[in-house]
Design a protein around this ligand. Structure first.
Ligand SMILES: Nc1ncnc2c1ncn2[C@@H]1O[C@H](COP(=O)(O)OP(=O)(O)OP(=O)(O)O)[C@@H](O)[C@H]1O
Ligand SMILES: [Mg+2]
Length: 345
């Protein structure tokens, strides 16, 4: 197939040849530093025999329209995680692909918009009987007090960031004064509403889902584990450092592993919840759900990632490899899911 890999890039002036050179360099140096996700995807597609074009989008949708018009791909692999450097605008790329009538992998704009909004997505999930933490939101400028019925500790987050941006130990607040401080910080630093959710104490599980409609594969569950001797329960959260800072992870005994044993009945419940959530949020082809499993066996959904990180060696790719797919086959599987979906439609 002719596949255009479309992705966000800071290199506004770069065209296919520049990206091609950069990709060759990064893939060759893989043992020192992992290549950008889009290059990993493109490399995988090429190894599976596709003709691959690299289209990096910085802030110019006209460039995207024009490049796609020249390439005329059979399929677009959407690897865009932001537009204009803003993750909340990631929906712009599939929005344009819809408008121009291209076939593409992954979630449609509405799924990206709803799942990114940590309040809206929880309302949808709750409608389907899925347990989500109670929460309140404040737009910048709104009067701030603890709504009745919301129980501390609360977890304060920007309403629609990802990659744990704005999530630190100070996000867990124990009283109204700390709540006000943290919500104000979110407003000032992230220029968006803040959400405060009741803190769910439990195991941190990530569930990767592949497929569409009734044909959803739940991949082996991964778990972020914390050294219990080095952390208190409120500290066992996937902060920015816990996710991305290798030294911090080593110091605090934080590791991402395949989930430790989970009772068969709980596992079945998790799978059923993830299928329901995937369909409720109109996700497509692949997604990763972030859950918490409480000590009483209750399963809580924290969020759905409609456009998850799929680089080699990270949760979703690890889960795919554990399920028996090589990384290249995992990427090919996403192409197959998208193609089959359009062929059925
Ligand atoms: N209500 C909560 N109770 C307990 N922990 C929470 C809660 N909300 C968030 N967390 C912790 O903070 C982490 C990040 O939260 P969340 O997944 O909402 O943010 P994100 O930035 O969108 O993450 P991602 O990198 O998955 O996109 C969670 O994985 C979890 O460890
Ligand atoms: Mg998350």
């Amino acid at each position: 197939m002719r596949i255009a890999v479309v992705f966000d890039t800071p290199y506004a002036g770069w065209h296919h040849p520049e990206h091609e050179r950069q990709m060759t360099r990064e893939v060759a140096a893989w043992h020192d530093d992992e290549p950008e996700m889009e290059y990993q995807i493109a490399d995988a597609l090429r190894r599976r025999g596709h003709e691959v074009f690299l289209i990096g989008v910085a802030d110019d949708l006209q460039y995207l329209v024009h490049s796609l018009g020249e390439v005329r791909p059979d399929l677009v692999f959407n690897a865009a995680e932001a537009f204009h450097g803003n993750p909340a605008l990631e929906y712009m790329v599939p929005g344009l692909l819809e408008a121009e009538g291209y076939r593409y992998t992954g979630a449609p704009p509405q799924a990206l918009l709803v799942s990114r909004n940590k309040a809206m997505s929880k309302k949808v999930l709750a409608y389907h009987g899925i347990r989500v933490p109670h929460f309140a939101t404040w737009r910048p400028g709104e009067a701030l007090e603890t709504p009745p019925g919301l129980r501390y500790p609360l977890m304060v987050k920007p309403l629609q960031t990802d990659a744990s941006a704005g999530i630190a130990q100070a996000s867990v607040v124990q009283d109204e004064s700390a709540l006000v401080d943290r919500v104000t910080l979110v407003h000032e630093r992230f220029h968006q509403p803040a959400i405060a959710e009741e803190f769910v104490d439990g195991r941190e599980l990530y569930v990767s889902v592949l497929g569409n409609d009734e044909h959803l594969d739940i991949l082996p569950i991964t778990e972020m584990v914390f050294d219990k001797r080095k952390t208190r329960p409120e500290e066992r959260i996937a902060t920015r450092s816990a996710k991305w800072d290798e030294d911090y992870r080593a110091r605090k005994g934080i590791r991402n592993v395949f989930a430790r044993p989970i009772a068969a009945s709980t596992r079945a419940r998790i799978e059923s919840i993830c299928r329901t959530a995937f369909r409720a949020l109109w996700l497509r082809d692949y997604a990763r759900l972030d859950l918490r499993l409480a000590a009483d066996g209750e399963v809580w959904v924290l969020e759905a990632n409609a456009n998850p990180f799929i680089s080699y060696g990270h949760d979703m790719a690890n889960a795919a490899v554990k399920a028996g797919m090589e990384y290249y086959d995992f990427i090919q599987r996403l192409v197959n899911e998208a193609t089959a979906r359009y062929d059925r439609a």
